[in-house]
Every structure is written in C-alpha cells, then in structure tokens.
Design a binder for this molecule. Structure first.
Ligand code: SF4
Length: 65
C-alpha cells in the first residue's frame, strides 16, 4: 500500500492521527497532517484505510502496490 497525503487539502481535523497514529502525525504549529509512513505494513492497512475514509478533506489517497 502506498499512502499519499495532500497537505494543501488537509484541514487539521486530526481524524487520521486518532485512528492511525503510526502512519500519521500532526504538525505542532498548525495541526496539518504529516505522513510518518508512506508504505505501511499489512498490519496497519485497515487503520490506514479507515483514516482515509474518515478524513473530512479527502486529503488521503491510497494506492495498492
Ligand atoms: S484526517 Fe484529513 S484533514 Fe484531518 S488531519 Fe488527517 S489528513 Fe488532515
């Protein structure tokens, strides 16, 4: 799985960090998400998909690889 995060779309809601804290973090200064792991292991795919589904800004794109 490849994760693509569009920081220009991110509104800093933090949903992704709540459900997938190993994959996403938020910048301290403005709350914009940062990608910690662009190629998460199989054990984190479910939570990563959930993060993409929950993101209110549709800022998280997933590609199967
Ligand atoms: S859920 Fe979406 S809008 Fe919210 S912090 Fe994560 S990437 Fe940004």
């Amino acid at each position: 799985m490849k994760v693509i995060l569009d920081q220009d779309k991110c509104v800093g809601s933090g949903q992704c960090v709540l459900v997938a804290p190993e994959v996403f973090d938020q910048r301290d200064e403005d709350g914009i998400a940062v990608l910690l792991d662009p190629d998460p292991p199989a054990g984190r795919h479910a939570e990563t998909r959930e993060a993409a589904r929950l993101c209110p800004a549709l800022a998280i794109e997933l590609a199967d690889s």
